[in-house]
Design a protein. Structure first.
Length: 149
């Protein structure tokens, strides 16, 4: 049923809570997994009168190298479980990059963890999961990943 699964990650342990679910689905369907990390080339500025500041080329290159190293480690974990996986680092607004990657790679499903924010924190930070859910045209596996405790 599922042949290609897109897994957006942000490098956090919370986001990685989707991985056991993805492994089980990938093994059951002999699906390929695409691990994605999106790097926003702009630094969010808290000052309401300031514009978004673009990251320096050096900082952006460093962040991309770190993301590639992180995703390579995860890809190797999938390979150890006999799951075909690849990774991609994209740049741009996060939700839009997830959606365009899903469409361009013709994935059958997106699997991701939601941080489970509510109230003002959701309004202030937005919700990538909600933005993807509202605009995607394919199945979305979404788990709520809260801090333990």
């Amino acid at each position: 049923m599922y042949k290609r699964i897109l897994v957006p990650l942000d490098g956090s342990k919370r986001a990685e809570r989707i991985l056991p679910h993805v492994k089980a689905i990938a093994q059951a369907n002999a699906a390929k997994v695409v691990l994605l990390q999106v790097i926003n080339p702009f630094v969010p500025v808290i000052d309401p009168h300031a514009f978004m500041q673009e990251r320096s080329r050096e900082e952006l290159e460093r962040i991309i190298r770190e993301a590639e190293s992180y995703l390579e480690t995860l890809r190797n974990d999938f390979a150890a479980a006999s799951i075909d996986a690849e990774f991609l680092v994209a740049q741009g607004p996060v939700a839009e990059s997830i959606i365009s990657t899903a469409q361009n790679m013709d994935v059958d499903m997106i699997a991701m963890a939601s941080h489970g924010r509510s109230g003002l924190s959701r309004v202030f930070y937005g919700s990538v999961a909600a933005a993807v859910l509202q605009r995607i045209d394919r199945p979305l596996l979404l788990i709520r990943a809260r801090d333990k405790g």
